[in-house]
Structures are given as C-alpha cells and as structure tokens.
Design a protein around this ligand. Structure first.
Ligand SMILES: NC(=O)c1ccc[n+]([C@@H]2O[C@H](COP(=O)([O-])OP(=O)(O)OC[C@H]3O[C@@H](n4cnc5c(N)ncnc54)[C@H](OP(=O)(O)O)[C@@H]3O)[C@@H](O)[C@H]2O)c1
Length: 310
C-alpha cells in the first residue's frame, strides 16, 4: 500500500476525483495539480480531504510543474482537454496540445528534479489501436494506422509519457475504455431522461470498450501499488459489447417507455468530427491485467449499468 505522496494532474476530473477520494480514504497524501486551484480547493475541502494539497500550475510550463511534484513518490497524469465535445479547430488543437505538449512539459519537469518520483502512471485511450469492427485488440497488437486524429494523438501522448523511462521512472500507461459512472449533477439529468433512454445510437453495431469507473480507479491504485507493473495496459472491462447492448442495458434498468433512436447524422450535426467518439469503436481486451490477476468488480455491462442507476 502506498502511503508516500502521490501527485495528480487532472485530479478534479471524472477519474481523478474518485482516485483522490480513494487515496484520501486510505490516508495517502496527495498533491492535486490544477489550472484553477480555487475551484479545486472547493472540490477537496480540508475537513473531508485533510491529506490533499491543491497546487496551481500551468500544464505547459515545467517551471510551474516541478515544485508541485516535490516529495511525490509517484505522479498520476490524467489532465487533458475533454474529447466528448464538438470538435471545433480550437477544441482539436486543445485536445492535441493538452496531451502531447502537456505530457512533454510534465516529463521535462520531472527530468529536471533532484529527488524525482519513482513512477509515472499516465492515462491513454483505446483509440491507440485505431477503429475496427472485427479485430480483437490486446496489448500485443501494434499501434493503429496514422491519419485518425485521436489515434495519432494517443501515439504522441504515449511517446511523451514513455520518455520518463529514460529518466529511470517506472512508466505505466493505461489505455482506458469509456468509463461509466454517475456524478451528482449527472444523476439528475439521467433521471430526467429516464423515460427516453435506450434508443439505438448510430448503427448500434459499433463496439464499445467500456469500464466502470470503480474498476478504472482500482487499476490506477494497483499501478501505484505494484512495482512490477510497467508499460502499456488496456484498462477496459473484459467484455466489450456492441453499442446496442449498452443501450439495451440502459433501457432495461431505466425501464424506459420510449426508445428514441439517435441516428448517426444527428450525432454528427451535434458533435461534428467528435461524433467519431460515439460512432466508431474497437474491441479491446485487458489481457495483461487479467494475466496479472486483476479482478474486475464490474466485468459485465448489465450489472455495471444497474450500479449506475442504483
Ligand atoms: N473518462 C473516460 O471515459 C476516459 C476514456 C479514455 C481515456 N480517458 C483519459 O483519461 C484522462 C482522465 O479522464 P477524465 O475523464 O477524468 O478527464 P476529464 O474529467 O475530462 O478532465 C480531467 C482534468 O483535466 C484538466 N484539463 C481539462 N482541460 C485541460 C486542458 N486543455 N489542458 C490541461 N488540463 C486540462 C482539468 O483539470 P483542472 O481544470 O483542475 O486543471 C480536468 O478536471 C484524460 O486524459 C482522458 O482523455 C478517459
């Protein structure tokens, strides 16, 4: 169990918030790096999070990053511009820059420290393998073909993170699938939509490599705690499903009355090129985690979706 300090970029995000909670529950000191320290401090009030220190930083300036990493035995890198958005040119540039330049700045900061952390645990994404309707992607598969914006972004992002190994850090790269959980604000929205959930999304045949957030965060903790973990791991449930199986599960659990289909055309109108996140998929398996004995709390989509609603 890690009790020495963990520094986290993106600690205020969807995965980071839950990671901070779990680290706080076991008494691990945390430094949360945030572009907006006031908002981050409000998210981690001292009464609930006595071991959490919030530090403001510029994710592209190593000089502001290095001091925040002082005394950290490990760094968890989760910062990045959200991809589930309409991809304007500015958003595309921010998605790329936050992963490539942001990770480079982090590793540059680490490289320049005297008392460096021993490990870098960096997020990546399943899109690393590209998009396919049929291929089974485990960690032994090569990177997907270049030309796809997200695939290229993951390649650049991982290469920057991997540079930390040149400075003797243990580097773990977690290629996350789409993480499911419900936030407090999200619960209210989900309740409002409940009668209409479960309609087909696009063709419904696209693969969804998904993971319950509890498993995603337990994998982050395992990466922190396990000196033998190194290199790239798929962080997805062992049972990827077609999108229609996801929407069926939502329909069953929400007892939806009307299953309104959402055609691909509508999704493209709303998200532009970002529609690819929803409409194109890949079938990814966590072979390395399973071989190393990780037990998923939510390996099947039905119980995972049920848990979100309960
Ligand atoms: N959640 C998923 O389903 C999923 C799936 C695959 C991969 N991933 C990857 O895993 C990482 C964590 O995911 P998440 O869902 O927790 O992320 P998230 O909630 O979207 O964001 C994480 C944090 O990144 C910081 N951030 C946002 N925009 C940024 C920018 N332009 N430059 C630098 N920092 C920025 C924000 O923290 P501050 O404002 O406090 O600085 C934010 O709280 C991300 O890199 C994501 O791409 C997630």
């Amino acid at each position: 169990m890690t009790q020495s300090k963990v520094a986290i970029t993106g600690a205020t995000g969807f995965l980071g918030r839950r990671l901070v909670e779990k680290l706080a529950d076991r008494g691990t000191p945390v430094t949360a790096l945030s572009r907006n320290p006031e908002a981050a401090a409000a998210r981690f009030p001292p009464a609930r999070f006595p071991q959490v220190t919030v530090v403001g930083y510029d994710p592209f300036d190593p000089a502001t990053i290095a001091p925040a990493l002082t005394d950290a035995s490990a760094v968890v890198h989760l910062a990045g511009e959200p991809i589930a958005a309409r991809w304007t040119p500015e958003v595309r540039a921010a998605i790329r820059k936050s992963r490539e330049t942001g990770t480079r700045a982090l590793v540059t900061a680490i490289a320049g420290m005297s008392g460096q952390p021993a490990a870098l645990i960096s997020a990546s994404a399943c899109r690393y393998y590209g998009v396919s309707d049929s291929t089974r992607f485990a960690e032994d598969r090569p990177p997907g073909p270049s030309g796809d914006f997200l695939t290229d972004t993951t390649h650049l992002w991982e290469a920057e993170a991997q540079r930390a190994a040149d400075h003797d850090l243990r580097v773990v790269i977690l290629r996350f699938g789409i993480a499911f959980a419900i936030t407090e604000g999200g619960r209210a929205r989900l309740e409002r939509l409940r009668p209409f959930l479960g309609g087909r999304i696009g063709s419904g045949r696209q693969w969804v490599s998904w993971i319950h957030r509890e498993d995603a965060v337990d994998i982050l903790l395992r990466a922190l705690d396990t000196p033998g973990m190194q290199g790239a791991y798929n962080a997805t449930s062992p049972n990827p499903v077609r999108m229609s199986q996801v929407t069926d599960a939502f329909a069953r659990v929400s007892r939806s009355l009307v299953r309104l289909p959402v055609p691909a055309m509508v999704i493209r109108q709303v998200l532009g090129d970002g529609a690819t996140v929803v409409l194109d998929g890949q079938r990814v398996y966590p072979d390395r985690l399973l071989a190393e004995g990780f037990r998923f709390r939510f390996p099947q989509i039905g119980p995972a979706v049920y848990d979100i609603f309960s």
